[in-house]
Design a protein around this ligand. Structure first.
Ligand SMILES: [Fe+2]
Ligand SMILES: [Fe+2]
Length: 483
């Protein structure tokens, strides 16, 4: 069985796994031969792909993390906001996961746009339980974790669907309303005697960041309950790996890399480390491209997360990348849905993709180290107009002459005039309206407070993690992405 992006599905392919539609209007049984109509239906329902059974991949075994029926009834329970059934399905999910031989979330999700929130909540619960189990939580805590994860976005049902599904950038009022969903969810659960305060706390704190920049409270580090930290991290992971009307899906390896970049800043280190052990960077059934130009499908895990066992498409040869000597200098260069779509030349569903009207944003990067300046530029220049400057004074002069950029990325530690001072001075010039991300080698509490007081949008640790930087820049420029 292998995972094929919806754009690469062809009539005649055999379905490797049942697809249950939430409305039960169409159920595609395992083993059926796909027709053009089936494929069109999957596409219009927003599926990112499907598991296909063929001769080539019949030795790829994909362990089901939770039973399809349990996943489907969990989606129903969440959609109905029925707390009684949520508690029941939570224990089914926990049982499924705890009976796995090895805890690993190998399934790529199968979900659709229209009921994104419900599928998302169930995914988050599956990831959360896997992570919590890995972290050695007590049975009772895991049950509470599952319930809290299923309920984490319940509060979104109180928000106008127009805001939730809006494809364009949210305005400030809309964004403030979105930020109320943890509290709305908390309130919905408040008078329910079967919901413990621990669950409610996990729900209300699921958007809090380690460094205090989250919402609704701005809690930091240990003030955030552990269950909320777990839900927070896997919530972001699931959002990154799914396709939304306004974004393409990240491959698991890249989403995990992003999480690592946010360790200690946004996400708890222990949680991210546990995620790395229960979420495979290259899950079995996923297509990968190799540095020698060959294409392969992942067959199985090995002891090395980045070097799985694979099967080469052209030759049918099976290679264990963790031990094979011939392939010891070959590495995986690409994986996931986008790689398949690119190979097929598929237009994806993103309506705003390739929109000519969208203007390219201006980003100024200021750093006294020319090496890191060059690195930052290389990471960002394919998407933005990047201007690099080597000192605070050069930056002041540039902005005074040419006006302010859409985003300023400012190194803190620079001789003569440091980043903080530069930004303070520039703020006076720009009437406080300046979008700034600070770069810093040290993230002690003092620096963090400083960045916050300076009204920074974000700060990023050096040396920069490319995927993390790209995503944070996107978020700073477009609030759409941090829902
Ligand atoms: Fe949320
Ligand atoms: Fe969420």
């Amino acid at each position: 069985m292998r995972f094929v992006a919806v754009g690469s599905l062809k009539p005649g392919m055999k379905l490797g796994r049942k697809i249950i539609d939430r409305k039960r209007t169409s159920m595609l049984e395992k083993g059926i031969t796909l027709t053009g109509m089936n494929i069109e239906r999957l596409r219009s329902n927003g599926y990112i792909g499907a598991y296909i059974a063929d001769r080539f991949s019949d030795d790829v075994e994909i362990v089901e993390t939770v039973k399809e029926e349990h996943f489907a009834s969990a989606v129903d329970a969440v959609a109905d906001a029925n707390v009684g059934s949520i508690i029941d399905v939570a224990s089914e999910l926990v049982n499924d996961i705890s009976s796995l031989e090895k805890i690993s979330v190998d399934m790529l999700d199968l979900r659709s746009f229209d009921d994104y929130t419900y599928h998302h909540s169930v995914n988050v619960a599956v990831y959360a339980v896997a992570v919590g189990t890995r972290m050695g939580l007590e049975e009772e805590e895991i049950q509470e974790l599952a319930v809290a994860a299923l309920c984490h976005d319940l509060g979104k049902s109180k928000i106008d669907a127009k805001i939730i599904n809006k494809k364009d950038r949210l305005n400030d009022d809309e964004f403030e309303e979105i930020k109320r969903h943890p509290k709305y969810g908390y309130d919905m659960l408040y008078n329910n005697p079967i919901i413990s305060p621990i669950i409610r706390q996990a729900v209300i704190c699921h958007h809090e960041n380690e460094n205090g920049t989250g919402y609704p409270f701005g809690k930091m580090g240990d003030e955030i309950p552990l269950l909320a930290k777990i839900i927070h991290a896997v919530d972001v992971y699931d959002a990154l790996t799914s396709r939304r009307p306004y974004k393409d899906p990240y491959a698991p390896v890249d989403a995990l890399e992003y999480m690592v970049g946010g360790m200690d800043i946004l996400y708890d280190r222990r949680v991210v480390e546990a995620m790395q052990t229960v979420i495979p960077a290259y899950p079995p059934g996923m297509d990968v491209g190799l540095s020698n130009g060959e294409k392969a499908v992942v067959i199985a895990h090995t002891s090395q997360a980045l070097r799985p066992r694979i099967k080469i498409y052209d030759t049918g040869e099976e290679i264990d990348l963790s031990t094979n000597l011939k392939y010891r200098s070959v590495f995986i260069t690409a994986s996931g849905i986008l790689m398949q779509e690119a190979a097929e030349g598929v237009e994806t569903l993103n309506e705003d993709r390739g929109n000519a009207k969208e203007e390219i944003k201006n980003v100024i990067v200021v750093d006294d180290s020319s090496i890191s300046l060059e690195q930052t530029k290389t990471i960002l220049e394919d998407k933005y107009n990047v201007v690099t400057l080597e000192s605070g004074i050069a930056c002041m002069n540039y902005i005074k002459a040419k006006g302010k950029p859409d985003l300023l990325i400012m190194d803190i530690d620079m001789p003569i005039m440091d980043g903080m001072t530069t930004v303070d001075k520039l703020k006076a010039h720009c009437k406080n309206d300046l979008n700034v991300i600070f770069l810093t080698a040290i993230a002690n509490k003092e620096t963090v407070m400083h960045c916050k007081r300076a009204g920074a949008t974000d700060y990023i640790l050096k040396p920069v993690n490319p995927i993390y930087l790209k995503e944070r820049v996107k978020i700073a420029l477009d609030k759409n992405l941090d829902r």
